[in-house]
Design a protein around this ligand. Structure first.
Ligand SMILES: *[C@@H]1O[C@H](CO)[C@@H](O)[C@H](O)[C@H]1NC(C)=O
Ligand SMILES: *[C@@H]1O[C@H](CO)[C@@H](O)[C@H](O)[C@H]1NC(C)=O
Ligand SMILES: *[C@@H]1O[C@H](CO)[C@@H](O)[C@H](O)[C@H]1NC(C)=O
Ligand SMILES: *[C@@H]1O[C@H](CO)[C@@H](O)[C@H](O)[C@H]1NC(C)=O
Ligand SMILES: *[C@@H]1O[C@H](CO)[C@@H](O)[C@H](O)[C@H]1NC(C)=O
Length: 388
C-alpha cells in the first residue's frame, strides 16, 4: 500500500510543472509556471498553436475574435454582454421592370447593377426609422414576374425583455415604410430609381433567427462552447454568462484556483502557492509542500527499512538458523514492532501522523473545506509469516 502511495505522489509531482521547471520554445519560468512566448501554449509551452479559435496572426500577436482571449486566443470569454441584437426580416417585393435572363446569374453585371440600386433604395427608405438600425439587405433570389425580389433586411435592435413583441412591431414598420415609399409617385421618375408595386409587398413570418434570450446567447457564445452560456436578462442588456462568471448564482467556487471554460465545460485549474499544493475538482484539497516532500522521503525511507528488515532477517536466519526454528512468529513480530515504533517517531518530524490504519484513499477524496492540516496516512510495514 505504501508503494502505491509513493507511486501516487511521484505521479502527482510529474503532473505538476513544479517538478520540471523547464519551458520549451523560449518560454520562461516565472512564479511557478511557464510564461510562454506568443504562439505557444501548454504547461511547458510545448504546444505550437499560434492562433486558435479563428484568431489572426498579425506578425506580433494573435488578433482574437471578440469571444476569445489569451496569447493564442485559447480561452473563451467569461461572459458576453449584448446591448443590441442582430436580426433580420424576410421580405418580398415586385419591381416594375422587365426581367432579363442575366439576373439569374449573381455574378453578371446586370445583377450587380440591380443589387446596387436596390440596396441604395432600401437604405434611403429604412435608414431613419425608429426601433432598429438598418444594416443592409441580402437578396436571396430574383425571379420573373416583373422582377420579384426575395430578400432579407438585416438590422440591429436594442435589447429589451420584450424583444419578441418589439420585433413584430419592426416587421409592421418595415412593411408600412416600403408601402409609403411605393406610393410616393415622385420617387420613381428617373431610370436610376426602382418602382415597387404597392400590393406586392410581403413580410415573411417564419424568421430564421429565434429571439428568445437563450437562443440569442447560443448565437453570441464562442463557437464550440454554446451549451455552457446561459442568459441573464436585464432591463437594457442581455448577459450571457457561464458557471465560471464571478458573482453569478451557482457559480463554481474554485477556492485557490481559477475557473476556466473548456470545451468539456467549466473546470477548475489549481495553482500552487509557496506553502501549499492544491488539488481536487474544486482545488479544495490543500497539501502542505512539506508533507508532500515528507511523503516522498518517508516512502523511500520505508522502502529502505523494508529491504533492511528483510536483509537482517536473512542474516539472522543464516547465523542463528538453529535457534530460528525454536522462535515463535509472535516473538519475531514483537522485535520488528519495537524497532518500527522508533522509526515512526522520526517520521512525525516530517509532519506525518500514523494511526496505523490504511486511509490512502482519503487522499483523493473531495473535501468541502480547505484543510491545511491534511494528513497523509501511510500504512506501516507488516510482516506476515508467509514472507519468511
Ligand atoms: C418572364 O415572363 C414573361 C411572361 O410571364 C415572359 O414573356 C418572359 O419571356 C419571361 N422572361 C424570362 C427571362 O423568363
Ligand atoms: C451567388 O449564387 C450562388 C449560388 O446560389 C451562391 O452560392 C453565392 O454565394 C452567390 N454569391 C453572392 C455574392 O451572393
Ligand atoms: C450587393 O451589394 C452589397 C453592397 O454593395 C454587397 O455587399 C453584396 O456583396 C452585393 N451582392 C452581390 C450578390 O453582388
Ligand atoms: C406611412 O404613412 C402614413 C401616412 O402618411 C404615416 O402615418 C405612417 O407613419 C407612415 N409609416 C412609416 C413607417 O413611415
Ligand atoms: C404575418 O403575420 C401577420 C400578423 O401576425 C399577418 O397579418 C400577415 O398576413 C402574415 N404574413 C404572411 C405572409 O403570412
Amino acid at each position: 500500500m505504501q508503494l502505491l502511495g509513493l507511486l501516487g505522489l511521484l505521479w502527482m509531482l510529474k503532473a505538476s510543472p513544479w517538478a520540471t521547471g523547464t519551458c520549451d520554445n523560449g518560454g520562461t519560468w516565472e512564479q511557478g509556471q511557464c510564461a510562454c512566448l506568443p504562439g505557444f501554449s501548454g504547461d511547458r509551452c510545448q504546444l505550437q498553436t499560434r492562433c486558435q479559435n479563428g484568431g489572426q496572426w498579425d506578425g506580433l500577436k494573435c488578433q482574437c475574435p471578440s469571444t476569445f482571449y489569451g496569447s493564442s486566443c485559447e480561452f473563451a470569454v467569461e461572459q458576453v454582454d449584448l446591448d443590441v441584437v442582430e436580426t433580420e426580416v424576410g421580405m418580398e417585393v415586385s419591381v416594375d421592370q422587365q426581367f432579363s435572363p442575366d439576373l439569374n446569374d449573381n455574378t453578371s453585371q446586370a445583377y450587380r447593377d440591380f443589387n446596387k440600386t436596390f440596396w441604395n433604395q432600401m437604405q434611403k427608405i429604412f435608414a431613419d426609422m425608429q426601433g432598429f438600425t438598418f444594416k443592409g439587405v441580402e437578396i436571396l433570389s430574383l425571379r420573373n414576374g416583373s422582377i420579384v425580389v426575395d430578400y432579407l433586411v438585416l438590422l440591429e435592435m436594442p435589447f429589451s425583455p420584450q424583444l419578441e413583441s418589439e420585433y413584430e412591431q419592426v416587421k409592421t414598420t418595415l412593411k408600412e415604410g416600403l408601402q409609403n415609399a411605393s406610393q410616393d409617385v415622385n420617387s420613381c421618375q428617373d431610370s436610376q430609381t426602382l418602382c415597387f408595386k404597392p400590393d406586392s409587398i410581403k413580410v415573411n413570418n417564419n424568421s430564421k433567427t429565434e429571439l428568445t434570450p437563450a437562443a440569442i446567447c447560443r448565437r453570441a457564445a464562442p463557437t464550440g462552447y454554446e451549451e455552457f452560456y446561459f442568459p441573464l436578462v436585464e432591463a437594457t442588456r442581455l448577459r450571457c454568462v457561464t458557471k465560471c462568471t464571478s458573482g453569478v448564482d451557482n457559480a463554481i467556487d474554485c477556492h485557490q484556483g481559477q475557473c476556466v471554460l473548456e470545451t468539456s465545460g467549466p473546470t477548475c485549474r489549481c495553482y500552487s502557492t509557496d506553502t501549499h499544493w492544491f488539488s481536487g475538482p474544486r482545488c479544495e484539497v490543500a497539501v502542505h509542500w512539506r508533507a508532500l516532500v515528507g511523503g516522498l522521503t518517508a516512502g523511500a525511507a520505508l522502502l529502505v527499512l523494508l529491504l533492511l528488515a528483510l536483509g537482517v532477517r536473512a542474516v539472522r536466519s543464516g547465523w542463528w538458523g538453529g535457534q530460528r526454528r525454536g522462535r515463535s512468529w509472535d516473538q519475531d513480530r514483537k522485535w520488528f514492532e519495537t524497532w518500527d515504533e522508533e522509526v515512526v517517531g522520526t517520521f512525525s518530524n516530517w509532519g506525518f501522523e500514523d494511526d496505523g490504519t490504511d486511509k490512502d484513499t482519503n487522499f483523493y477524496v473531495a473535501l468541502e473545506n480547505v484543510d491545511t492540516t491534511m494528513k497523509v496516512h501511510i500504512k506501516r510495514p507488516e510482516m506476515t509469516s508467509s514472507s519468511v
